[in-house]
Design a protein around this ligand. Structure first.
Ligand SMILES: *[C@@H]1O[C@H](CO)[C@@H](O)[C@H](O)[C@H]1NC(C)=O
Ligand SMILES: *[C@@H]1O[C@H](CO)[C@@H](O)[C@H](O)[C@H]1NC(C)=O
Ligand SMILES: *[C@@H]1O[C@H](CO)[C@@H](O)[C@H](O)[C@H]1NC(C)=O
Ligand SMILES: *[C@@H]1O[C@H](CO)[C@@H](O)[C@H](O)[C@H]1NC(C)=O
Ligand SMILES: *[C@@H]1O[C@H](CO)[C@@H](O)[C@H](O)[C@H]1NC(C)=O
Ligand SMILES: *[C@@H]1O[C@H](CO)[C@@H](O)[C@H](O)[C@H]1NC(C)=O
Length: 352
């Protein structure tokens, strides 16, 4: 404790100001001084020291005393003893002013008695929306990642990373409180970096999305079908082309549709009429794979459809007056009895 102007004067003057005021005060302390006493003693004296004489001498010794020294009155210091002392120092904590003994004048943000720093964060988080940091004399608010401190220094405003371009989302950015999420267009998936959108290869997925052929394209895929099939675009399935129905085939004779293709089968016609293998008794007409028989005038095709029978034109014909009918090829004639004539022997012959 530096005490300025300690000047101890042994009982020089004694000023006793009332306590609590600046100035000098006296302090009593125990000191020692030289005291003396006269002491009688006997000693040998006279001729040959045969006599005893009584003598006196002064004896000095140290004796205790009360001394006073001038010091600064309680609570003050300095050469004039008018600098107040606060809790042993001429200033208060944190550069605050000591106005009177043990009386600090604290700036805002410091608290009595010694102007210790007030931790504003203890009360209501210092008014901060997110993080409060105490600093000497005041405090400071700060915000979590993804937020900026508002102009009032307390509230925290969400940063829209999508509009600031900080997000770097490949396709689509959605701002969220304190953050953001990237999403991808259809047919793409978000890669591990959370930003890049990678094309999904639908053709390598299970189940295989197409009936037959798959072609991956950015963001999607297309299906196609092999020869002999057509794609149904609404169901994305392959359907068989019926080449026999559509006419897109090369069959001469018989076309049979199969799955994905078609088969031709052939008719090899033999002309039975020309080869003489027909059983026609008269006319022969070749047909694909077969033949038909027909008959000349005056003949009819028999029930067997091969044979030609002569038509019996005499059926139902009546030759009169004893005549009789003779069947001819394609006709008939009546052979009349003697004395008759006419087609049916109905006339009497004039020449007798
Ligand atoms: C006190 O004030 C001095 C001078 O102005 C400065 O250098 C020092 O940093 C201050 N100390 C505190 C705790 O404020
Ligand atoms: C982006 O995402 C939002 C929210 O999910 C959605 O409404 C919007 O349609 C998307 N935009 C694009 C281009 O994908
Ligand atoms: C295509 O598929 C849809 C749905 O399966 C069906 O309704 C439609 O008839 C099909 N069209 C053809 C030409 O096969
Ligand atoms: C007919 O078939 C050929 C060969 O298979 C094919 O190239 C062509 O497109 C088809 N035409 C029609 C009209 O189906
Ligand atoms: C039978 O064949 C002959 C000779 O080829 C022909 O003149 C006649 O018209 C044929 N008759 C029939 C019924 O086909
Ligand atoms: C054809 O002639 C044969 C033998 O003369 C006879 O048996 C057959 O009944 C006749 N057929 C017809 C349809 O006249």
């Amino acid at each position: 404790m530096p005490l300025y102007g300690i000047l101890c004067l042994v009982i020089v003057f004694l000023e006793l100001p009332s306590s609590g005021e600046a100035g000098f005060c006296s302090e009593a302390y125990s000191c020692s001084r030289q005291c003396s006493t006269r002491e009688r003693y006997t000693t040998a004296c006279g001729l040959f020291d045969w006599q005893r004489c009584t003598k006196h001498r002064t004896k000095y010794y140290s004796c205790s005393n009360t001394c006073y020294c001038q010091i600064c009155c309680q609570g003050y210091t300095g050469s004039d003893c008018n600098t107040p002392l606060c809790f042993g120092s001429i200033s208060c904590l944190n550069n605050n002013t000591c106005t009177d003994p043990d009386q600090c004048s604290c700036k805002i943000g410091y608290q009595l008695p010694k102007c210790e720093d007030t931790n504003e964060c203890f009360s209501n988080n210092g008014g901060c929306a997110h993080t409060c940091t105490n600093i000497p004399g005041t405090h400071q608010c700060s915000c979590r990642d993804g937020y900026t401190l508002a102009s009032d220094g307390r509230r925290c405003n969400d940063i829209n990373e999508c509009s600031t371009g900080k997000s770097q989302c490949n396709h689509n950015c959605t701002n969220t409180a304190g953050s953001y999420t990237c999403t991808c267009n259809a047919g793409h998936e978000l890669s591990h970096d959370g930003k890049t959108c990678d094309d999904i290869d639908e053709c390598s997925q299970t189940p295989f999305p197409c009936d037959q052929q798959c072609n991956n394209i950015p963001g999607s895929y297309t299906c196609s079908c092999g020869t002999g099939y057509y794609i149904n675009t609404s169901s994305n399935t392959c359907k068989d082309v019926n080449e026999c129905d559509t006419g897109n085939h090369t069959c001469d004779h018989i076309c049979t549709n199969t799955d994905g293709a078609y088969q031709c089968s052939c008719l090899t016609d033999v002309d039975e009429c020309l080869e003489g293998t027909s059983q026609c008794s008269q006319n022969c007409t070749n047909t694909p794979g077969s033949y038909t028989c027909s008959c000349e005038n005056g003949y009819v095709l028999a029930a067997d459809e091969y044979t030609c029978n002569n038509t019996d034109e005499c059926q139902g014909v009546l030759c009169e007056n004893g005549g009789f009918c003779i069947d001819l090829i394609g006709g008939y004639t009546c052979s009349c009895a003697k004395g008759y004539t006419g087609t049916h022997c109905e006339l009497v012959s004039s020449k007798w």
